[in-house]
Design a protein around this ligand. Sequence first.
Ligand SMILES: *[C@@H]1O[C@H](CO)[C@@H](O)[C@H](O)[C@H]1NC(C)=O
Ligand SMILES: *[C@@H]1O[C@H](CO)[C@@H](O)[C@H](O)[C@H]1NC(C)=O
Length: 374
Amino acid sequence: MMASSSAPPIASVWLILSLFMALGSVSPQAEARAFFVFGDSLVDNGNNNYLLTTARADSPPYGIDFPTHQPTGRFSNGLNIPDIISQRIGSEPTLPYLSPELTGQKLLVGANFASAGIGILNDTGVQFVNIIHMPLQLEYFRRYQQRLSALVGVQKAKQVVNQALVLITLGGNDFVNNYYLVPFSARSRQFSIPDYIPFLISEYRKILQTLYKYGARRVLVTGTGPLGCVPAELAMRSRNGECSAELQRAAALFNPQLVQMLNGLNNELGSDVFIGANTMGMQNDFINNPRAFGFVTSKIACCGQGPYNGIGLCTGASNLCPNRDLYAFWDPFHPSEKANRLIVETLMTGSTKYMYPMNLSTIMALDSKIGSSL
Ligand SMILES: *[C@@H]1O[C@H](CO)[C@@H](O)[C@H](O)[C@H]1NC(C)=O
Ligand SMILES: *[C@@H]1O[C@H](CO)[C@@H](O)[C@H](O)[C@H]1NC(C)=O
């Protein structure tokens, strides 16, 4: 009796112990997946704060609606697109790669390599002097992985990167801060727009292949926004508020060719690694019908000066609107937090009119099935 009744407790202690051990090894899986961000000012979380460059957003009123109400380097009144994606995947915001806080366990959250002013091409944004062009963002990704490997081991680091979500936002600056920056720019003398775009796409393709080589397996690739409709272009090129036809035409040529290139890469890889997002379509919706989205205007920036508040930079001396949620554009180039939320909502749940081949919530459901079957 004693012997037979003492046996089960030992077995259950063992069972409980193994359950604990199983839980211990499962809990890292239950953490949010890592998130890596590459690209330009639309997605920079503050890398340029650490650089000697004029492309920066580290003084008020930038950050006025951020939780701390302080400028952080984000080109937004509050959160930007990667911050809102981080929220959606249940994660902390990505730290800038150059932040001294990016050490230890924080490395597991991911990292943000983006740098305001850069483009697909190395010669885009050269006027900002000291910014992190794509080849260096990719090199930093490699160095980040060495640091992660030192923390968790090579195998685990590889798994974190393979299972991560990646966002890359590029291309707008190759038009506004390169081709169209000045009349008779070097690139505009070299290429007509119908020839420039395939050149950009072929360079972008190489960047995405390098991301894949470095372990990225789920990459959200956004197209350019409606370049001709931003307050800066309205101020420079518009007579009565109509969008710049030339810049809109360029964006309308670029975006479908980008999707076609992503399809080609996915076919080659035999997997939906690259997810295209029609950010121009999303933003055109609220540019064409701002009131339907709760905006009073999609033409005038909240912060700026001159026509449409579109001239120069947003600074402490600029006009500043009292309610940022009523404006589609925060500054002459960048959407407000409210607009960023609408964009991320469409990334998550948008139909195939906006997301190719599928939206992010579908991807995340797929990936969690794969993750749990591993
Ligand atoms: C951009 O720079 C990188 C590294 O400096 C170089 O490998 C690459 O060929 C350059 N791209 C172009 C299109 O010149
Ligand atoms: C997200 O994508 C899935 C699959 O394409 C689709 O079934 C779903 O309707 C999409 N969500 C919305 C809100 O359209």
